[in-house]
Design a protein around this ligand. Structure first.
Ligand SMILES: [Zn+2]
Length: 559
């Protein structure tokens, strides 16, 4: 039976370009997962959007002397272009700056208020006389009391990842004027997280399919005791509080951004002309929702958003939160402020999308931090994509094209060696699917698909069809047909990872339409003898090893 799968992907702040860390943390795994489930014939909805509100966007606007709208619109357009070029196949990538999102966020705010889960309280917030305003979140910086990092912000320390209260910052100063703020009383709405502690623990503890790091972190977070959190701010950019008397306040960006998963689903349904379709993913009991993000966002998705959903009522809680650890860069933690990052638009201007998707998936930080290096990128491209998979394809297709009149050869009786390879293909294809369903993307790729590609290469070396071509035409045809059948299996197994080269290979094998339409099943009979092949062309480009050094030197110099 077909399953309903919501693929909910972290919302990037529209205040800067996407970098490879975010790409590895959320976008590539989510896309692999969505493509797999679509091929399986499941009902998939993959949504996200630009997080267009909050102080990250307003600060960037003030730094550049333009409006927050202009900042958001610039990056929103850039994100859409990146998804297109990297093949991230959202069903909808919208933004939080829509009427639809505003209405839904305000509805949830109002319902939580009516249900008794929001209350107002006076608190102290930094206020600058020089700037003439309250300085919310990122408008103040200072030294982190936990790790001594001197660039910690009012809401969080980027160095140690801890959430902070502005009052904890040592040597607090305004990021606008450098002024030392005073702390002044202001009234804000608080989300009563304390009311959900036990319910959340009871929900998380039995989640046997969650990644241990996500589950343990969340349980530790809850056992440490929750505190009610302020969910409004004294700023002008963002979603207004839907109650009278709070004109100068906006809903905190994190509170409304997580609502984006729901509002985007509803927008998608409305755009399709089936306004109730979102309910299939949010209210239907058999629907499963998977949330993809980097580990810094775990508590928002395993604690805060579920608490909001419980308080609102009637909507599904996350089924799984397969958050990734960090993908570092050249042995060091990514830092956008120091520009220690590889920016996605810059990468896509100069290189192909599939090698990046591949290298990210092969080293995906599923259980611990991993590292991206250009040396590793070039090595994996040359040794694995070009030499293992690309070369297998090229050898087999070229020999068949030349020696068998450009068609899929007709095999003779299959010998044991050939049959064993087909059996292995069947087994590995099944394992790839099982691992993909469990969000084990690295294992599905390396232990499943790429191991099969290696086995096919070894088979080819044993059979040496380039020698038998002159002496035994039937044996040669059998070898090439067997190898090509396994290549057709690899095409499907690798398609969620390598959609662009997958389509090229699909056409070279003489198929029409898209790999995606063929479904997630494979049989040796999928490839028909006599089917016309297209003239083979290399799937991947070998890269000059000097690129590794040049690119490493380039890091930190962009933007
Ligand atoms: Zn810190």
């Amino acid at each position: 039976m077909s399953e309903r799968i919501l693929v909910a992907v972290a919302w990037p702040y529209a205040n800067g370009s996407i970098h490879i860390g975010q790409t590895a943390g959320a976008y590539v795994p989510a896309d692999i997962f969505a493509r797999y489930h679509r091929m399986k014939g499941n009902d998939v909805l993959m949504v996200s959007g630009s997080d267009s509100h909050g102080t990250p966007v307003t600060l960037e606007a003030e730094n550049r002397g333009i409006s927050p709208e202009e900042v958001f619109e610039h990056y929103h357009a850039e994100f859409l272009d990146c998804w297109d070029r990297l093949g991230i196949s959202f069903d909808l990538f919208t933004s939080t700056h829509t009427e639809n999102h505003t209405e839904i966020a305000q509805d949830i705010f109002s319902q939580l208020y009516e249900n008794g889960y929001l209350y107002t309280k006076t608190m102290l917030q930094p206020y600058s006389e020089a700037d003439g305003r309250f300085l919310a979140d990122r408008y103040v910086e200072g030294t982190c009391p936990h790790c001594d990092f001197d660039g910690a912000r009012g809401d969080q320390c980027d160095e140690c990842g801890r959430t902070l209260d502005a009052q904890e910052l040592i040597g607090i100063r305004s990021r606008l004027s450098g002024d030392t703020p005073i702390f002044k009383e202001t009234e804000h709405f608080f989300l009563k997280l304390t009311a959900f502690e036990d319910e959340l623990l009871d929900w998380i503890r039995p989640q046997a399919h969650w990644r241990p790091n996500v589950k343990n972190f969340s349980i530790g977070y809850l056992e440490g005791g929750l505190q009610d959190r302020p969910i409004t701010r004294d700023i002008e950019w963002g979603i207004p509080v839907p109650l009278d008397g709070y004109d100068g306040k906006r809903i905190y960006v994190w509170f409304e951004a997580v609502i984006g998963y729901l509002s985007a689903s509803r927008e998608w349904a409305t755009r399709r002309g089936e306004p109730d379709r979102w309910k299939d993913f949010w209210q239907s009991e058999d629907a499963k929702s998977f949330y993809f993000m980097g580990k810094d966002n775990i508590p928002f998705h395993t604690v805060i958003w579920p608490a909001m959903l419980l308080g609102y009522g009637g909507l599904n809680l996350p089924y799984d939160v397969p958050a990734n650890e960090y993908m570092n860069l050249e042995g060091m933690k990514l830092s956008t402020s120091r520009s220690w990052a590889i920016w996605l638009p810059d990468y896509l201007d100069r290189y192909d999308p599939d090698p990046l998707r591949y290298v990210i998936a092969a080293g995906m930080p599923e259980t611990s931090d991993s590292d991206f290096s250009w040396t590793e990128y070039v090595r994996r491209n040359n040794d694995e994509l070009v030499a293992t998979f690309g070369n297998l394809v090229h050898r087999v297709l070229t020999m068949s094209y030349r020696n068998f009149d450009g068609v899929v050869p007709t095999p003779g009786r299959l010998d044991d060696d050939s049959q064993a390879l087909l059996d292995e293909a069947e087994r590995r294809f099944r394992e790839v699917g099982e691992n993909l369903a469990l969000c084990k993307f690295r294992a599905a790729l390396m232990e499943g698909a790429m191991a099969l590609a290696q086995a096919a290469n070894r088979y080819l070396d044993r059979k040496a069809p380039w020698q038998t071509a002159k002496t035994d035409r039937i044996a040669t045809a059998t070898t090439l047909w067997t190898a090509m059948t396994v290549i057709n299996c690899l095409k499907k197994a690798l398609y969620p990872y390598l959609p662009f080269s997958g389509e090229k290979l699909h056409a070279m094998l003489g198929f029409e339409g898209s790999v995606a339409d063929d479904g997630w099943d494979w049989s040796p009979t999928d490839l028909t003898s006599g089917q016309s092949l297209q003239k083979p062309a290399p799937l991947f480009q070998k890269l000059d090893e000097a690129i590794a050094e040049q690119e490493t030197e380039r890091i930190g110099q962009q933007r």
